[in-house]
Design a protein around this ligand. Structure first.
Ligand SMILES: Cc1cn([C@H]2C[C@H](O)[C@@H](COP(=O)(O)OP(=O)(O)O[C@H]3O[C@H](CO)[C@@H](O)[C@H](O)[C@H]3O)O2)c(=O)[nH]c1=O
Length: 328
C-alpha cells in the first residue's frame, strides 16, 4: 500500500506519519509538505532513514509538481492534512487560507481523479458547523448545516464541499473527517494548550480571549490518528465522519488546569480583547465513527498531564517558535 500524507510535517499529519510507520511497516509512506512556518521535520528524526519513509518538499498548489508526483508514484491512497490551520492568522490574512485550503485541495482532487486512487481522505474540522449556544446540549452531527464563522473555517467548509462534489460527479472514493480540537506532542506554540504551557514555563502572562468561557471539545492527537486509520480502512465512500474526544472544556478551565499542574502559585491569567467572530461552543457527536469501532482512549486529565510532561521534557521544541517575549 502506497500512501501520500500531505501536511506530514505539521502537528496532526506529523503524528499520523509516525503512527502509520509504526503500525504498518509494510506500507510505503510519502510525506508531502511545503514546510511553512508550521512545519517541522525534527519530529521524524528517528524514521528519516527508514526505507518505507519518503519526504517530498512541495506545495499542494503546485499543479505541475503534484501531477508529476502522482504519475510517478501511483499512490493507492491520499490522506490530506495539509492546510493553513490557525483561526487568528486567517483573520489577519485570509488569502493564503483560500489558496492552500481550497485551491490546494482542488489540485490534489484533480490529480487523484485523473491518475486514479483507491481512497482520498480529507481531514476537516468541526469548525465548519459554526458554533453552538453555551448552555445547550446540542451536538454537531454529520448532517448539521455548514455555517462557518472565520475565513479559516470557511476555507475548510469550501474544500469539504469540493471533496463531496468529486464524489458525486466523478465517483472519486472520498471520505471527509471532521475533528474537534486536538492536543498532544508537537503542536505549534500558537495554539491554546502549548501556548499556555510555554507561557507558564516562562512565567509570562497568558492571553485569554474575551471572558474565557468559550468551550471546545478536546481530542488527543493519538486518538485522532487511530480514527483516521479506521476511516482509511473501513470508511464507506462518500461519507463524512465526526471525530471528537467527548471532553468539553472552557478555555479558562484549560488554562487554570495547566497552571495548577505546573505551578499553582502563579497568577498569570490576562483577559484580552476577544477574537473577532469567536465561536462560543463546539461539541461533537462521534456516534457514527464509533459504529465503525472507534472510541477515544485518552481521559482528558491523563492526556493533559502526559502532554504537559512532553513539553516540559522537550522545551527545545518551543525555541524557534517563540521569541524572548513569549510571542509566536
Ligand atoms: C491562541 C489563543 C486561543 N484562545 C482561545 C480561542 C479558542 O476559543 C480556544 C482555542 O484556540 P486555538 O488553540 O487557536 O484553536 P481553535 O481556534 O479552537 O482551532 C483549533 O481547533 C480546530 C478544531 O476545532 C481546528 O480546525 C483548528 O485548525 C485549530 O486551530 O482558545 C485564547 O483564549 N487565547 C489564545 O492566546
Amino acid at each position: 500500500m502506497k500512501i501520500l500524507i500531505t501536511g506530514g510535517a505539521g502537528f496532526i499529519g506529523g503524528n499520523f506519519v509516525s503512527y502509520m510507520i509504526d503500525k504498518y511497516p509494510t506500507y510505503e509512506i510519502y510525506n508531502l509538505d511545503a514546510l511553512t512556518y508550521a512545519g517541522d521535520l525534527a519530529k521524524h528524526e528517528a524514521i528519516r532513514n527508514y526505507k518505507n519513509y519518503h519526504f517530498i518538499k512541495e506545495n499542494i498548489v503546485n499543479r505541475a509538481a503534484i501531477y508529476s508526483l502522482f504519475q510517478q508514484e501511483r499512490f493507492d491512497c491520499v490522506v490530506h492534512f495539509a492546510a493553513e490551520s490557525h483561526v487568528d492568522r486567517s483573520i489577519e490574512d485570509p488569502e493564503v487560507f483560500t489558496r492552500t485550503n481550497v485551491l490546494g485541495t482542488q489540485v490534489l482532487l484533480d490529480a487523484a481523479n485523473d491518475i486514479g486512487i483507491k481512497k482520498f481522505i480529507h481531514i476537516s474540522t468541526d469548525e465548519v458547523y459554526g458554533d453552538l449556544e453555551l448552555d445547550s446540549n446540542t451536538l454537531f452531527t454529520e448532517t448539521t448545516p455548514i455555517q462557518p464563522s472565520s475565513p479559516y473555517s470557511a476555507s475548510k467548509a469550501s474544500s469539504d464541499l469540493l471533496v463531496h462534489s468529486y464524489y458525486r460527479t466523478y465517483h472519486l472514493p472520498v471520505n471527509i473527517t471532521r475533528c474537534s480540537n486536538n492536543y498532544g506532542p508537537y503542536q505549534h506554540a500558537e495554539k491554546l494548550i502549548p501556548l499556555t504551557i510555554s507561557k507558564v514555563l516562562n512565567k509570562q502572562k497568558i492571553p485569554v480571549y474575551g471572558d474565557g468561557k468559550n468551550v471546545r471539545d478536546w481530542l488527543h492527537v493519538y486518538d485522532h490518528c487511530a480514527a483516521v486509520d479506521l476511516v482509511l480502512h473501513e470508511g464507506v465512500n462518500g461519507e463524512v465522519y465526526n471525530i471528537g474526544g467527548n471532553n468539553e472544556k472552557s478555555n479558562i478551565d484549560i488554562v487554570s488546569s495547566i497552571i495548577e499542574m505546573l505551578d499553582g502559585s502563579l497568577d498569570l491569567i490576562e483577559y484580552v480583547t476577544d477574537r473577532l467572530g469567536h465561536d462560543r461552543r463546539y461539541a461533537i457527536d462521534s456516534s457514527k465513527i464509533s459504529k465503525l469501532g472507534w472510541k477515544p482512549m485518552y481521559k482528558f486529565n491523563t492526556g493533559l498531564e502526559k502532554t504537559i510532561d512532553w513539553y516540559v521534557r522537550n522545551q527545545n521544541f518551543f525555541k524557534e517558535k517563540v521569541n524572548e517575549n513569549g510571542n509566536v
